[in-house]
Design a protein around this ligand. Structure first.
Ligand SMILES: Nc1ncnc2c1ncn2[C@@H]1O[C@H](COP(=O)(O)OP(=O)(O)OP(=O)(O)O)[C@@H](O)[C@H]1O
Length: 194
């Protein structure tokens, strides 16, 4: 089954404020969308709507394929070592131990396996979130500010991972105020502000 993500005429309301309306997109095999726009316009809210975590005020979303969500919460046990925290998700996701190690190497995390998650730096935590995302093997990536905290090498790595994901037929929606090098269409949420 090929992954597909469709948003039809989405409007978003938070509290008593209508943030945006009329947002539509269709993403298939190897396609990516960069959701851009100023602070507070609703980029994270749109990601959460696409993930099915937030009900749109209007419109509908259609998902075909598993979702891998990466946002500001790494969802890794702060008390556990990095290896144990990633191992928790690997057991749930059915990731082979060899793949966990490979992803840790890819993301420059292997030497940190014994370190408790709470001691990781911001960029290291973001890399760890990417490691978990790779282990998930979800065809639909929803990435909310995925480059925050990454250094130049980390940014290049994240870009490479995205390009590889798309080349293998994955889909990605990336909410970011940063420019990055990956083949995406751009949706400027400011154009849909209510
Ligand atoms: N649970 C909530 N209840 C009410 N308002 C909310 C809630 N969550 C977010 N908001 C408001 O919705 C607006 C959009 O927030 P959102 O985080 O989606 O924007 P964003 O474009 O991702 O911003 P940034 O670039 O700063 O991360 C903000 O004004 C925020 O205060």
């Amino acid at each position: 089954m090929q992954a597909r993500l469709v948003a039809k005429d989405i409007a978003c309301r938070r509290g008593d404020r209508l943030l945006f309306r009329g947002v539509s997109c269709t993403l298939e095999h190897g396609e990516a969308l960069h959701v851009a726009g100023p602070n507070g316009i609703g980029k994270s809210s749109l990601i959460r709507i696409l993930a099915g975590l937030l009900r749109p005020f209007a419109g509908e979303t259609i998902r075909s394929g598993a979702i891998g969500l990466l946002d500001e919460r790494a969802a890794l046990d702060p008390q556990a070592s990095l290896q144990t925290a990633l191992g928790f998700w690997a057991a749930l996701d059915g990731t082979k131990p060899m793949a966990v190690t490979e992803h840790a190497h890819t993301l420059g995390l292997y030497d940190l396996f014994d370190v408790p998650v709470r001691y990781l730096s911001t960029g290291q935590t973001k890399r760890a979130a990417f490691a978990r995302l790779l282990g998930q093997q979800a065809p639909i990536w929803l990435l909310d500010e995925p480059f925050n905290g990454l250094d130049t090498r980390g940014l290049a790595l994240a870009e490479q991972l995205m390009v590889r994901h798309l080349a293998s037929g994955g889909i990605a929606v990336i909410a970011s105020h940063q420019r990055f090098a990956a083949p995406t269409a751009t949706l400027d949420l400011a154009e849909f502000a209510a």
